[in-house]
Design a protein around this ligand. Sequence first.
Ligand code: SAQ
Ligand code: ZN
Length: 373
Amino acid sequence: MATGFSFTLHATDGRARTGVIATPRGEIRTPAFMPVGTAGTVKAMLPESVRATGADILLGNTYHLMLRPGAERVARLGGLHRFMNWERPILTDSGGFQVMSLSGLRKLTEEGVTFSSHIDGSKHHLTPERSMEIQKLLGSDIVMAFDECPALPAADEAVAASMRLSMRWARRSRESFGDRPGHALFGIVQGGVSRDLREESAAALTAIGFDGYAVGGLAVGEGQAAMFGVLDYAPDLLPEDRPRYLMGVGKPDDIVGAVKRGIDMMDCVLPSRSGRTGQAWTRRGQVNLRNARHADDPRPLDEECQCPACRGYSRAYLHHVVRAGEMIAGMLLTWHNLHYFQEIMAGMREAIAAGQFEDWERGFHVLRAEGDI
Ligand SMILES: O=c1[nH]cnc2cc3nc(NCc4cccs4)[nH]c3cc12
Ligand SMILES: [Zn+2]
């Protein structure tokens, strides 16, 4: 890995692994879940609250920050860590995926993508070189290569062509990233659900050489079975001494299944986005606080949870503030969900270190099956 970065594996249990990524801004305990801070904020959370949930690293987006407030402006103001008051590691996505899923009037060429902003319609251009420059201006610690993620369903030859473009962009990303001590560059494997294409992509990326490797092109509507089908072989195509990052995942059982198959890092908007809609994720399954059945329930959301929402409030109160559209509803449920997701990660790290992942996973699923939430 790049100087200033190191990944140490502490234990493995089956294909599951636990370890630490040491960075100049702090350590990342793996398996790790990254809260999503798209536009320089994890929505409804203060940075100190994000840290209190147990997060070691958060994710930012090149696409959103280049449009607003602008990468050069963030750099002038001291970089993204200073700007958003989060001094621990930040990973930034490279923007290609968000262009295809959010912007309008897109044009894709060998050079890169041109698109119009979903905010004000202004025209913008992203290339591997510009994406590396933006992520450098932001000051992110883990930079993602600039890639193209094909929308599914797509014909095999379209997936192949898209993957090969991403591999050419990966090399351009590596070359323009250069040698930046204390900063890491991760490649992104593409290839849809085709084993041949994913083997070709993984070989191309390892030949270029990256500090870590993401499994991209998933969590785009393929469903859990197809995703696990890819994860049954894809992580093992990657160097075992480098972190493996599954992008955009996921629900609690997706996360557990991915760690079981050798994934070290994940990110997902689910805990924060669903928290803002009144959805709570608990060890016994999902609880929709909008549901009238909670109106008179004096119990906490989760008796065993130590988060502020569960220690200070009743379901009746959470139901009330959700129905009333009060800001505290999104704050409390986001905090709880992020806390719970970090509890899952901490539980898996301990279980893997103790060689008891299988027991831990059984307990995880049994509780959820019991219901009574
Ligand atoms: O291949 C990828 N390359 C770069 N960024 C990504 C982000 C991704 N996020 C999801 N799923 C979560 C979603 C977020 C918004 C729409 S889907 N899948 C993803 C795949 C990629
Ligand atoms: Zn809680």
